[in-house]
Design a protein around this ligand. Sequence first.
Ligand code: SF4
Length: 330
Amino acid sequence: MNTQNIVSVSGGKDSTATLLVAIALETENLQAVFADTGNEHDQTYLYLDYLEQRTGIPITRVKADFSRRIEGKRRFIETKWREQGISEEVVLAALAVLQPTGNPFLDLCIWKGRFPSRKAQFCTMELKRDPMLEQVVMPLMGVGDMIMSWQGVRADESINRRYLPECDEVGGGLFNYRPILKWNIPAVFEAHRYMGVKPNPLYSQGMGRVGCMPCINCRKDELREIALRFPEVIDRIDHWERIVQQASKRGAATFFAGSNAKHPKGSISDMTALEVMEIASIRQAVEWSKTARGGIQYDLLSTSSDSTACASAYGLCESAWEPVNILEAV
Ligand code: SF4
């Protein structure tokens, strides 16, 4: 029986180290796969090109396509929203933006009419796990080969990851393999150095993690750093907020604010669209990120030691060390 080895690469340090381990072990039938969320920094795309060229291992790029689901949502809005008595202004605004843009992250949010949140973290599954399964893993299943899914997961990243096994069987000949589970961060960077591969340059630019920029779980200090170094990222999210706001039934959608989030002024779900956008938009979150902890009106988000949000056991998103989550007054 042959073994097909698939390494999930995100452009981050852990998945890169995992790929380097596979290469060092002269693993046969090796392929690397990158699930493009459309919310990555340009430097990550360039880094993947570099990694491909430096290691000689081609990296397959996959991305989710929400065209059909957006088309279905259009039909739903045209009929059901009108039947539900939603105002014509809201219906027409939603229909105006319910068109696939080709950017997976934005299309997912347009389709859902909201951004993901810690409590509804559909992004990892929709943007990373499913395209990888559908476009790479499933076509290999059923032909008699064993499939080894190599995941750059480390036990010291979160409680969720601490008790994962190094290898487990998913079923149908598919196994998860986590070769760097017991590694610490210095070991990860040492693997880069040993193999003559540079880490993603974003790590030397104040970023604690590499993946979506920003991630919905990004830390307060990370958000401040992103705004300082990459203001164009904030402009893009601001633009996306306006589009997704239009696709939302209640006319409000903010990148960091889940629909059930709480604020000193009350529950977000009880506020008008305008109120929500005024207190919880990406621009407001950036202003808040510049304040000291506990400071003034921008203190919308709380730091949390619960890192389950970005701690997918699949290793598809590089975990934030201490994710910032939203709108619980400190
Ligand atoms: S990096 Fe963050 S925003 Fe991106 S898919 Fe993962 S959890 Fe979602």
